[in-house]
Design a protein around this ligand. Structure first.
Ligand code: GDP
Ligand code: MG
Length: 207
């Protein structure tokens, strides 16, 4: 099928989900600002960050939503993730319980959002391999079963961080192409350029 001309910039909303302290904020900061704080304070919460990238000729804007300390399961209402195109589900490879939480999130997302949301699972803190509590093969098999991409990341060293967002973006683009927009196609294709000009003063930072 022929490409439909210049597609402009596609905007995708991505939510980060996972237990507290697994490294969600650190992953965002490493990806968007190339920095890592070993004492990442829970008060430093980037609730929203965006990142532009190009895949071939397609320009993409990721609107990344980090949880503002409300990651306790069910503290976040569906309003946070219902319209997301992708979810990055993060666990800490040194914390078995955080992997169990990912399973809960997957069930919740499948029930409430269905298959429209692209899932990506990140086993973070891969630099702490010696303290690993989650078997990699088990995590991979689980991810495959639920149709998610699984990757190991380290927000500390940066390893796998760029890749995990890239894989997620590729999967969202693919889903976007596969689901023919017929007017009621969720918010998959958003040409963000115009909306952006009006909203550019709205977000975080300012002084
Ligand atoms: P969040 O609560 O999920 O947002 O987690 P944070 O990003 O606040 O990180 C929690 C703690 O884990 C902080 O002390 C981080 O410095 C640390 N941390 C995050 N990612 C990594 C990582 O990849 N490796 C290591 N060793 N520590 C990390
Ligand atoms: Mg955080």
């Amino acid at each position: 099928m022929a490409a439909a001309g210049d597609a402009g910039t596609i905007g995708f909303k991505v939510v980060l989900l996972g237990e507290g302290r697994v490294g969600k904020t650190s992953l965002c900061l490493q990806y968007v600002e190339n920095r890592f704080a070993s004492d990442q304070k829970s008060t430093i919460q980037a609730t929203y960050l965006d990142k532009r990238l190009n895949l071939g000729r397609q320009s993409v804007k990721l609107m990344i939503w980090d949880t503002a300390g409300q990651e306790r399961f069910h503290a976040l209402g569906p309003i946070y993730y219902r319209d997301a195109n992708g979810a990055l589900l993060v666990y800490d490879i040194t914390d078995r319980d955080s992997f169990t939480k990912v399973r809960n999130w997957v069930k919740e997302l499948k029930t409430i959002v269905g298959d429209d949301i692209v899932l990506c699972i990140a086993g973070n803190k891969s630099d702490l391999e010696k303290q690993r509590q989650v078997d990699d093969a088990e995590a991979k098999a689980y991810a495959e079963k639920v149709g998610a991409v699984h990757m190991l990341t380290s927000a500390k060293t940066g390893k796998g961080v760029e890749e995990v967002f890239l894989q997620l973006t590729k999967a969202m683009l693919k889903k976007n192409q596969d689901s023919k927009p017929k007017g009621q196609n969720r918010s998959f294709v958003q040409i963000v350029d115009t909306a952006e000009k009006e909203q550019s003063k709205g977000c975080c930072g300012g002084s």
